[in-house]
Design a protein around this ligand. Structure first.
Ligand SMILES: NC(=O)c1ccc[n+]([C@@H]2O[C@H](COP(=O)([O-])OP(=O)(O)OC[C@H]3O[C@@H](n4cnc5c(N)ncnc54)[C@H](O)[C@@H]3O)[C@@H](O)[C@H]2O)c1
Length: 424
């Protein structure tokens, strides 16, 4: 077997995969359109903050390039480019289409193409396959194979990694399915489940992320309602979670971010809409979760009001710009929407995130808090968990809105600071 592979798109998904394949003795070519990323990778430097990737890159033999010509000797080509949404929430498949258009002229007989990017059912067969066939002049089946293996990586997760998360695979034919399964079994320790069709494999990933979006929307709605009712929703969820079956704890927060959960449901919604079906449930979940940044900003205003402080002209510190704790990825981050809503209310916002210093308005945590009357914890980074009522009080803070419920409300009870979590 030719152990040469190409990975197209060297981001949060493609780079860990390329590193893993390299460690499993594949000869790996990495292709990306971003020249800065290519330059960093060829100096064995990580383009994003990740300790393990930075360490693993030092000993990797990956050859990174912008030139698709280099894919010709690979037996397998894996596409890991982004699949964002447009401003109107419709799927933006242009990175996938562009990657296919760029690779097709170099496609060789016998190659296996695997799409790892998250897509709605139908994209592999209705978009990827026709582009590859038309430009290459080759035929899917006799000449090359096409498979889909959606990535499930959870950046920052030390337990579940690219190496041990089980995977599902679908392909346009049995040969492609068996070859793709053999490849993943050679690098991944988790189960590799072969799906009956490529559409089923595509649907698995969007269903998984829609499941999370819906469950988070449910607890977010409960949080807003229980806040009115004076019931602590986190305590309720923890109580319900003692049931050993048929309940799965999800927790409320100031908004859903990242490249997956707030994006992928729209791929399914749009695909179903084009085929004459409206996903009311998915749309409702998206709408509830999209409301959370405004709800959080309004909470700051309401609680400042309790202290007889007008939000207009008051400094508010927003802590955390990334969409989740201890990573530097701010795609679709609710923090920016919280900031916009606070500014609409007249607040003077200072933001700080040590993982994203170039987009933080303050250069240190102290600078962000200094002179502020309210603090919003928008991301639960390690350093923010250490904030004490004493420190905040001595800095003049009157209100803390904990968008991730990551501080203990009890320790604030006699501090003089109003502490509000989401639903607590
Ligand atoms: N980030 C996650 O946690 C995660 C988890 C599971 C699945 N996914 C899915 O994986 C896919 C990739 O996501 P990501 O987070 O790695 O994105 P990313 O933005 O981190 O990386 C994508 C890379 O592709 C490159 N690229 C864009 N267009 C290209 C082209 N035409 N040719 C070559 N390179 C190109 C970009 O420069 C970038 O380096 C998406 O479909 C996403 O939904 C992401």
């Amino acid at each position: 077997m030719n152990r040469s592979i190409s990975v197209i798109g060297l981001g949060y998904v493609g780079l860990p995969l390329a590193i893993l394949a390299d460690q499993k003795n594949y000869h790996v070519i990495g292709i990306d359109t971003d020249p800065k990323k290519i330059a960093l990778l060829n100096k064995k430097l990580s383009p994003f903050h990740d300790k393990k990737i930075s360490k693993d890159l030092k000993t990797s033999g990956i050859i990174a390039s912008q030139d698709y010509n280099n894919i010709q000797k690979s037996s397998i080509i894996i596409i890991c480019v982004p699949t964002p949404v447009n401003d109107d929430h419709t799927p933006n498949l242009s990175p996938v289409i562009n990657a296919c258009k760029s690779l097709a002229p170099f496609l060789q007989k016998g190659q296996l193409i695997i799409l790892e990017s998250t897509v709605n059912p139908g994209v592999s067969e209705d978009i990827v396959l026709p582009i590859l066939e038309k430009i290459s002049g080759l035929k899917c089946g006799p000449d090359f194979s096409l498979a889909h293996c959606p990535e499930r990586i959870n950046p920052g997760d030390k337990k579940w990694t690219v190496e041990n998360i089980p995977r599902v695979i679908g392909a346009t034919d049995e040969t492609g399915l068996k070859r793709a399964a053999e490849f993943y079994r050679s690098i991944i320790k988790g189960e590799i489940k072969e799906m009956k069709t490529i559409k089923e494999a595509e649907a698995v990933k969007v269903v998984e992320n829609s499941f999370r979006d819906i469950n988070i929307a449910f607890v977010n709605e409960l949080a807003m309602s229980f806040d009115n009712l004076g019931i602590d929703v986190v305590n309720v969820i923890n109580g319900a979670a003692t049931k050993p079956f048929a309940f799965m704890a999800h927790y409320p927060g100031c908004g859903v971010g990242g490249h997956c959960i707030p994006v992928d449901p729209y791929y399914l919604i749009e695909y179903a809409r084009k085929h004459g079906f409206q996903n009311d449930f998915l749309l409702m979940a998206r709408n509830v979760n999209n409301k959370m940044p405004k709800y959080t900003a309004d909470k700051v205003s309401d609680e400042l009001n309790q202290k007889k402080i007008a939000i207009n002209g008051t400094k508010v510190a927003v802590l955390g710009l990334s969409y989740k704790s201890n990573v530097g990825d701010d795609r679709e981050s609710p923090s920016y929407k919280i900031i916009q809503n606070l500014e609409k209310l007249g607040a003077e916002v200072a933001s700080f995130d040590s993982y994203i210093p170039d987009k933080s308005s303050a250069s240190t945590l102290e600078d962000a808090i200094n002179g502020a009357k309210a603090v919003v914890i928008a991301t639960c980074h390690k350093e923010f968990r250490k904030l004490t009522p004493e420190y905040l009080r001595s800095s003049g803070i009157e209100v803390v809105v904990d968008g991730r419920n990551c501080l203990s409300k009890e320790i604030f009870s006699s501090s003089g600071i109003i502490y509000k979590g989401i639903g607590q």
